[in-house]
Design a protein around this ligand. Structure first.
Ligand code: HEC
Length: 101
């Protein structure tokens, strides 16, 4: 019986890892944290803020579709720095943007 607990650990780990990130609910708080940490030097990331460097986040969803933004953020180009974001992080940021309208 002593070995039974360690033996089951890899099975638990495999179960946890098997849940695809797409099943995780889009997390507005995580999106806000990413926005404030990585995006706020250039973009206004709150409500009713202006930025003269890049589009305020409160404004982007009014002009572009979620899919369009996700595609852009998967491979940022032009004047945007090439910040590497996971798919879930992109979904979180867009979920956060949707709260700014
Ligand atoms: C060093 C400055 C800088 C940082 C940091 C930055 N961006 Fe940008 N971003 C820009 C510029 C400049 C543009 C192009 C001008 C514009 O469209 O606002 C842009 C464009 C965008 C666009 C397209 C906007 C539109 O109106 O079509 C999105 C979406 C975007 N950025 C998201 C992000 C996210 C999310 C982060 C943080 C993970 C981030 N940016 C960090 C400078 C930056």
């Amino acid at each position: 019986m002593r070995r039974s607990i360690p033996a089951i650990l890899p099975a638990i780990a495999a179960l946890v890892l098997a849940v695809p990130p797409s099943l995780a609910a889009d997390n507005v708080d995580a999106g806000r944290t990413i926005a404030e940490t990585w995006c706020s030097p250039c973009h206004a990331t709150g409500k009713r803020q202006a930025s003269d460097i890049a589009s305020p986040f409160s404004d982007i969803l009014a002009r572009r579709t979620r899919q369009d933004i996700a595609t852009f953020l998967a491979d940022p180009h032009g004047q945007m720095p090439n910040i590497q974001l996971a798919r879930q992080q992109i979904a979180d940021i867009i979920a956060y943007m949707a709260t700014l309208k």
